[in-house]
Design a protein around this ligand. Structure first.
Ligand code: 13P
Ligand code: ZN
Length: 271
């Protein structure tokens, strides 16, 4: 049954978006080695809410996710290179279903594209992806996607003391490029450094994503939500352009002027 998911037309469309974005992440230099991960809530793309993967073991969850009971997710597997995922998604994507209690999940049994073809295991950022997916289902149900990538402009900015807050970052980013306010009017959230893959980074990220579509993980990268994989990618792309403009001015030896508050106030919002 689980292999059949690759044949569902709607899921095939999502997979082709994942393939497209995985290639962008690699080309942009946002996905060195196995960096980056993606999750998509595909529950509504399936014809009926059945129990998939019933023959497989249940893996425990450290938090109660009963609100996501029986929801099905497509996730990148841990250790997978985005450049490889773009070529052979079936070797780097896995599917999981939260069980009926919300205390565990079952997963598909695919083999990875890695040399020893070990079983696919979901991304090490699974706690964060699932915590965010739960919040999205509750508060922003049209949003189905979470994308994380190592965007160097933001790793660099978050190394600088004066930009370690959402307020300071948004003031900077809105001033660098009018499109920023136009398409990401809620701005970016800031998540102080926490060990990747932990419950603490998951909780801090969810809190920031209640009011922002994207966050910076201090000294680590960006994480964006979206209606689609492409939309989440576009948000990161736009913000990275603004950050890059600032860093280009600085590296040319100049302080950028930035837009005035009045100019920023005049910008229409499309999101
Ligand atoms: P995974 O390969 O486990 O998804 O980890 C990549 C990453 O970027 C961790 O933050
Ligand atoms: Zn990462």
């Amino acid at each position: 049954m689980s292999h059949g998911l690759f044949l569902n037309e709607k899921i095939k469309n999502v997979i082709s978006e994942v393939v497209e974005v995985a290639q962008y992440l690699w080309e942009k230099g946002w996905a060195e080695r196995n960096a980056g991960n993606i999750s998509v809530n595909i529950t509504d793309l399936l014809p009926e809410r059945v129990n998939f993967f019933t023959d497989y073991d249940v893996y425990p969850l450290s938090v109660d996710l009963s609100y996501l009971a029986r929801n099905i997710f497509m996730l990148t597997a841990t250790g997978v290179r985005m450049r490889d995922l773009a070529k052979a998604p079936e070797k780097g994507l896995c599917f999981i279903q939260i069980d009926a209690t919300g205390k565990g999940y079952r997963m598909s049994e695919f083999r990875s594209g890695l040399p020893n073809r070990q079983k696919l295991i979901p991304t090490s950022e699974l706690p964060t992806h699932l915590a965010i997916q739960e919040m999205l289902k509750r508060s922003h149900p049209e949003m189905k996607v979470v994308v994380h990538a190592h965007v160097p402009e933001f790793i660099a900015l978050s190394q600088i003391k004066e930009f370690k807050s959402a307020v300071a970052l948004n003031k900077l980013l809105f001033g660098m490029h009018p499109e920023t306010k136009m398409f990401v009017p809620q701005g970016i959230g800031f998540v102080p450094y926490s060990l990747p893959g932990t419950e603490s980074i998951a909780m801090a990220t969810v809190k920031e994503l209640e009011t922002h579509p994207v966050v910076v993980w201090e000294k680590h990268g960006l994480l964006a939500t979206g209606i689609s994989v492409i939309e989440a990618y576009d948000t990161m792309d736009l913000l990275s352009k603004s950050a890059k403009i600032f860093l280009l001015c600085k590296s040319a030896g100049y302080d950028p002027e930035g837009l005035t508050n009045e100019q920023i106030g005049d910008i229409p919002q499309f999101s």
